[in-house]
Design a protein around this ligand. Structure first.
Ligand SMILES: Cc1cc2nc3c(=O)[nH]c(=O)nc-3n(C[C@H](O)[C@H](O)[C@H](O)COP(=O)(O)OP(=O)(O)OC[C@H]3O[C@@H](n4cnc5c(N)ncnc54)[C@H](O)[C@@H]3O)c2cc1C
Length: 297
C-alpha cells in the first residue's frame, strides 16, 4: 500500500485518478479494522485530514458547514453547534469512545455505509447536503442519496465528500437522536431514530422529520410517521400513530443482536421518545442529553 496526504482538494482528486485501486480515508476507525480483518488492501491510501477545508466546522449566517473529515468531537464540544443541533451532536457523541471521536468523521460514518451509522438519521432529519469532489469540480447532493446499501455508496470512483452543509433550523424547532444497543458502551445500534420537530404558535406540530437507522439496508425517512404529526398536537394518540408508522417502515435483519420483531417494537418506542424530546426542545424546554437519559444508549 502507498500513502499520500495531500493538502488541497485538487491534489487529492489527482492522486485518486492516478491509481485505480485507491481509497480515501479520514479517521480510519472503520478502514483499519476492515483491512486487518482481511478486506483487500487498496493500492493507494489518500489521507483527507491534511486538507484544511475538510477538517473545519464553521458557522455561517444561515447554515453550518462541517468538513467531511472533521473529528466528530468538534460537534460535541462546540456549544454553539450543540445548542442548534442537539440531536446531531448527540448522535456524534455516541460514536465509539472519546478516542474514536477524536478521529471519526461524518464523511467516514456516512461512506462506510453501515445501516447502523449513528450520525446518518440525525443528518437526514436536518436535511444535510453533501458537497462531493469530482474530477470536474464539485456537486451537491442530499445525504440520503449517498448510501445505496450496506457497504455501498453512489459515489463514482475518485469522488469523495468535501463537506456537509446543514441549514440552521427555523424558530421553535428541536432535534433529537436515540439509539438502542444491547450493551451500554462501545456497541452499534440495533435501532437508531432521529427526529426534528417544528412547532406552530399554538404548540401543534408544523413540520416533522423522522428517520430510522439499523432497521433497513440504509437509514431512511419515514413519511407516514411524519404525516401522522403534521398539523396535530403531540399527544398520546399522535405518538401512538408515529410508533405504528415507524415500526411498519422497518425492514430489519434478524441476528444475534436483535430479532426482527424486537427491532420493530423498539423502533416504535424510540420514535415516540425522540419525538417527545425534540418537541420539548422546540418548545424551549430544558432537556438533558437525551441519548443517555432515556435508557437508550
Ligand atoms: C471501537 C469502535 C467503536 C465504534 N462505535 C461506533 C458507534 O457507536 N456508532 C457508529 O456509527 N460507528 C461506530 N464506529 C465506526 C466508526 O468509528 C464510524 O463509522 C466513524 O464515523 C468512521 O469515520 P472515519 O473518519 O474513521 O472513517 P474511515 O475509516 O476513515 O472511512 C470509512 C469509509 O468511508 C470512506 N470515506 C471516509 N471519508 C470519506 C469521504 N470524505 N468521502 C468519501 N468516502 C470517505 C473510506 O474510504 C472508508 O470506506 C466504531 C468504530 C470503532 C473502531
Amino acid at each position: 500500500m502507498d500513502y499520500v496526504a495531500p493538502t488541497t482538494i485538487e491534489d487529492a482528486v489527482g492522486a485518486l485518478s492516478s491509481t485505480p485501486e485507491s481509497r480515501v480515508f479520514a479517521g480510519a476507525t472503520d478502514l483499519i479494522p476492515q483491512i486487518r480483518s482481511g478486506r483487500p488492501e487498496p493500492g493507494l491510501l489518500v489521507d483527507l485530514k491534511r486538507i484544511e477545508r475538510l477538517t473545519a466546522v464553521t458557522e455561517g449566517a444561515n447554515a453550518w458547514t462541517i468538513g467531511a473529515a472533521a473529528p466528530t468531537s468538534l460537534l460535541t464540544e462546540d456549544p454553539g453547534f450543540s445548542n442548534q443541533f442537539p440531536g446531531l451532536s448527540e448522535a456524534a457523541g455516541l460514536i465509539g469512545s472519546d478516542q474514536i471521536q477524536n478521529r471519526s468523521s461524518l464523511g467516514g460514518n456516512l461512506c462506510n455505509a453501515s445501516p447502523a451509522a449513528d450520525s446518518v438519521p440525525a443528518m437526514l432529519v436536518n436535511e444535510a447536503r453533501a458537497v462531493v469532489a469530482t474530477a470536474g469540480g464539485t456537486r451537491t447532493v442530499g445525504v440520503g442519496e449517498i448510501a445505496t446499501g450496506p457497504g455501498r455508496t453512489s459515489l463514482a470512483p475518485g469522488e469523495f465528500i468535501v463537506e456537509f452543509e446543514v441549514d440552521k433550523p427555523p424558530a421553535h424547532s428541536g432535534d433529537a437522536y436515540l439509539r438502542m444497543t444491547p450493551r451500554t458502551e462501545m456497541d452499534i445500534a440495533v435501532v437508531g431514530v432521529g427526529v426534528r420537530i417544528t412547532l406552530d404558535a399554538d404548540g401543534n406540530c408544523a413540520e416533522a422529520r423522522i428517520a430510522v437507522g439499523a432497521v433497513a439496508p440504509t437509514a431512511r425517512r419515514v413519511a407516514d410517521a411524519e404525516a401522522a404529526l403534521v398539523g396535530q398536537p403531540i399527544n398520546d394518540d399522535t405518538l401512538a400513530a408515529v410508533a405504528r408508522a415507524a415500526s411498519a417502515a422497518c425492514d430489519p435483519i434478524d441476528d444475534k443482536r436483535g430479532t426482527i420483531a424486537y427491532r420493530k417494537q423498539v423502533t416504535g418506542v424510540l420514535a415516540k421518545r425522540a419525538v417527545t424530546i425534540a418537541a420539548a426542545r422546540a418548545a424551549g424546554e430544558d432537556t438533558e442529553n437525551a441519548a443517555t437519559t432515556n435508557g437508550a444508549h
